[in-house]
Design a protein around this ligand. Structure first.
Ligand SMILES: [Zn+2]
Length: 755
């Protein structure tokens, strides 16, 4: 959004504005607004070129990346000390720049529809310098590794002041021929910062730092925010190489989209006004209308905002025009157009290895007999490359060659699948590869023809395990190991499985080999004895009672009743045999039989008169038990009563085992006025006269018969209750009857009156 050029020069530094944030997204200072006056001059001068399409079609920008490390070995990636980032990570960042600046990044599909027509593609190509400032060929294109110790610099991390005042002047390559990028550990949580394009001898007042100079021009990127692999992987949300995209945007002359003020201008018409920096990952549309003139929401996905790496994915067309204007006119930008440091010195055949892509640095590879590496081959020369010869080995031993055939255009690269190569075993190894004889000729610059990669072969999938076993003395166990091609047991056996018969608990181990890797495993065979002293009590109980069975002599117990445990409680109704199973070690089981005697309860009966005449004495007799108690008083089988009132006597009968039953004996009292008492004192007949039931009590009667006066034997219904006989005379007519009793073979007759 364009605005008048009368705004005051903004002088604060954003790194102070967001000092409380642990990460400073960008420490680039603010571009003076006076710069826009200069830009207007350049624009007027180039209007015809820009409008007429005669402007530089593609800007080629040679890049040199200065890796500031702390004497770490090449390829070491160490976020704390600075690290010596590998070539793959550096190339990854250059690829990200080329995609982002040319609209080739995969996440352009996320651009909101309203912004899609504004998407700017810069036509800028970042290329890797292949020669150094003195014309020497770089061993690694685009990479300048600097050990800070040999440069005499302090230990990392570095402040921006130290980088600007000490590191940059000592390490910068001619900024008129190289785009300088420094990668190092920085203090203060700073992800990166850039210098703006030098205005040259414009003669304008008010133009001052932070323009790039011959000792400072370029961008500085935190070593963990460079590229999207290696050290960057764990640095989310700044892990996709967009810190460099943002800083290179400044280096080309772009401002932050909020114009570094509240709803200020970035001097691009197609970036909607934005209130301030946006962080994290705002959902579009965001802050629509917060700034006057904003009708679409803010363009938080512009690379020149402060959002997360995954949430910025576009430049605009006006940003492109601005960049092209600056690339064409700023002295240290325009001169890059004619820089030739990305080109090999004139030669027909020049080949090099950019890096080894497989295995990756320090990769851990599960146990395998061989690896199948891949290398990235580059043609630096003028001829299309059709043949070359690779040589390779592991650990410098047994070098082999491989004839490559292809069609690699000048200045292009290709991934080459190398022959698989045997790995000598577990541990760290180094894969060495070189390339020779481009198109059958001699390579003039051998410095970039070699590469190597460390990797580690792990035991990986070679996991061996053995089953454990528990056996009884005299038995055997089968131990099985799987997954290898060769087995050696501590018993000396060399088969996948073995059968062992130890007499005591014993440890076994196996050492296995497969594909040159090895693994081992241990196991234990536990040996147990059968329970030899298994025993249990044999209880006797009364019917209806509980019995407790207590087992001993084993580790665990189960019972034929289905119960488990050393002690169980049972409630049997009859005597019977139980089986106790005792087990040691879960495998060795013995059993014993247990008899449980169940005694039936005594069946007690009692005899005695149910009607007792006053002043009578009677003997009550009980049967069916061994001991008796009468109303809780111990006694014999007989009991003498002489009651004066009706009552009940509770008789408890006990067996020899102590099983008991009770029975009640009840009696009524009578004055006996209607009782016919016989001369024989043990015979009583009552009532007489009788209405229905005639009762006859006697201890010993042979027979009872009833006759009519006419002598007819009437045989009335008769029921016996021990010593009591009851005749039912209800159906007989009233009158006189004759009762005939026989006792001791003598007949006794009584007259009975039926009422
Ligand atoms: Zn910035």
């Amino acid at each position: 959004m364009k605005s008048a050029l009368t705004l005051l020069i903004v002088t604060f530094f954003l790194k102070f504005a967001f000092a409380q944030n642990p990460v400073t997204r960008c420490a680039t200072e603010v571009l003076p607004q006076q710069f826009e006056v200069l830009l207007e001059q350049w624009k007027n001068k180039n209007t015809e070129k820009l409008g007429g399409g005669t402007v530089q079609s593609v800007f080629n920008i040679p890049v040199i990346v200065h890796i500031i490390h702390n004497n770490e070995p090449v390829n070491t990636v160490n976020a704390t000390t600075g690290g010596n980032l590998n070539a793959a990570q550096i190339l990854d960042q250059i690829n990200i720049l080329n995609k982002d600046f040319n609209g080739l990044n995969a996440d352009t599909n996320l651009i909101p529809n309203v912004f899609k027509p504004l998407h700017g593609k810069f036509q800028i190509n970042f290329c890797l310098a292949v020669v150094n400032p003195t014309g020497g060929i770089l061993a690694e294109p685009g990479i300048d590794r600097i050990n800070r110790n040999t440069s005499g610099w302090t230990a990392p991390p570095y402040s921006t002041t130290y980088v600007t005042n000490t590191i940059k002047p000592a390490s910068i390559w001619d900024p008129n021929r190289y785009f300088n990028i420094w990668v190092c550990a920085m203090s203060g949580g700073i992800l990166g910062y850039a210098t703006f394009p030098n205005p040259g001898s414009s003669g304008l007042q008010g133009l001052s730092a932070p323009f790039g100079t011959t000792t400072t021009d370029g961008v500085v990127i935190l070593n963990t925010a460079f590229g999207s692999i290696g050290t960057a992987v764990t640095n989310a949300p700044y892990h996709k190489g967009r810190t460099a995209t943002h800083e290179v945007g400044h280096w080309i002359g772009l401002r932050h989209i909020w114009g570094d003020g509240t709803c200020a201008s970035d001097f691009c018409n197609d970036t909607p006004p934005a209130q301030q920096a946006n962080y994290n990952c705002p959902t579009f549309p965001y802050k629509t209308g917060v700034c006057t003139g904003n009708t679409t929401g803010e363009m938080t996905m512009n690379f020149m905002d402060y959002t997360n790496d995954l949430c910025m994915y576009m430049f605009t067309k006006d940003q492109k025009v601005r960049a092209q204007l600056i690339m064409t006119n700023s002295p240290m930008r325009a001169s890059l157009i004619t820089s030739t440091v990305c080109n090999m010195p004139s030669t027909q055949n020049e080949i090099g290895i950019l890096y080894i892509s497989n295995p990756s640095y320090s990769q851990s590879i599960p146990c395998a007999p061989s690896i199948s590496p891949s290398v990235v081959l580059k043609n630096f020369a003028a001829n299309t490359l059709s043949t070359a010869t690779f040589s390779y080995n592991i650990n410098g031993i047994n070098t082999q060659t491989f004839a490559w055939i292809g069609a690699l255009a000048p200045n292009s690269s290709v991934s080459v699948n190398m022959p698989s190569v045997a790995v000598p075993g577990l541990g760290q190894h180094i894969y060495n590869v070189g390339v020779y004889a481009p198109n059958g000729g001699t390579d003039p610059y051998m410095i970039n023809n070699f590469s190597n990669q460390y990797f580690t072969m792990t035991s990986g999938n070679l996991n061996v395990s053995i089953n454990s076993a528990s056996i009884c003395v005299g038995s055997s166990a089968t131990l099985i190991a799987n997954g290898a091609s060769q087995y050696t047991w501590n018993t000396g056996a060399q088969s996948p499985s073995i059968i062992v018969s130890p007499t005591t608990t014993t440890q076994y181990s196996v050492l296995v080999f497969s594909n040159g890797c090895q693994a081992s495993a241990n196991t234990t065979v536990s040996v147990f004895n059968y329970p030899v002293a298994l025993s249990c009590n044999s209880p006797s109980i009364c019917s209806g009672s509980f019995a407790t069975l207590n087992a001993s002599g084993a580790n665990s117990y189960s019972w034929s009743s289905g119960q488990n445990g050393a002690q169980i409680v049972i409630n049997p109704s009859v005597s019977g045999t139980y089986t106790l199973f005792g087990t040691n070690g879960g495998v060795c089981t013995s059993s014993v039989s247990v008899f449980v005697y169940v005694e039936a309860l005594p069946q007690i009966s009692v005899s005695g008169p149910s009607l007792i005449c006053i002043d009578e004495t009677h003997t009550i007799t009980a049967q069916g038990a061994q001991q008796y108690s009468w109303n809780a008083i111990p006694g014999g089988s007989t009991y003498i009563i002489s009651p004066t009132s009706p009552g009940t006597i509770s008789i408890l009968g006990s067996s020899n085992l102590g099983c008991t039953s009770t029975i009640d004996y009840s009696f009524e009292m009578s004055p006996c006025t209607d009782i016919f008492k016989t001369a024989l004192s043990d015979i009583r007949i009552y009532p007489n006269p009788v209405i229905d039931q005639l009762k006859i009590e006697s201890l010993n009667l042979n027979s009872i018969e009833l006759y009519s006066i006419q002598g007819q034997n009437l045989r009335p219904p008769m029921v016996y209750f021990n010593t009591l006989s009851v005749l039912d005379l209800q159906s007989l007519p009233k009158g006189i009857y004759l009762l005939k009793l026989k006792q001791d073979q003598k007949n006794i007759f009584f007259r009975i009156i039926k009422d």
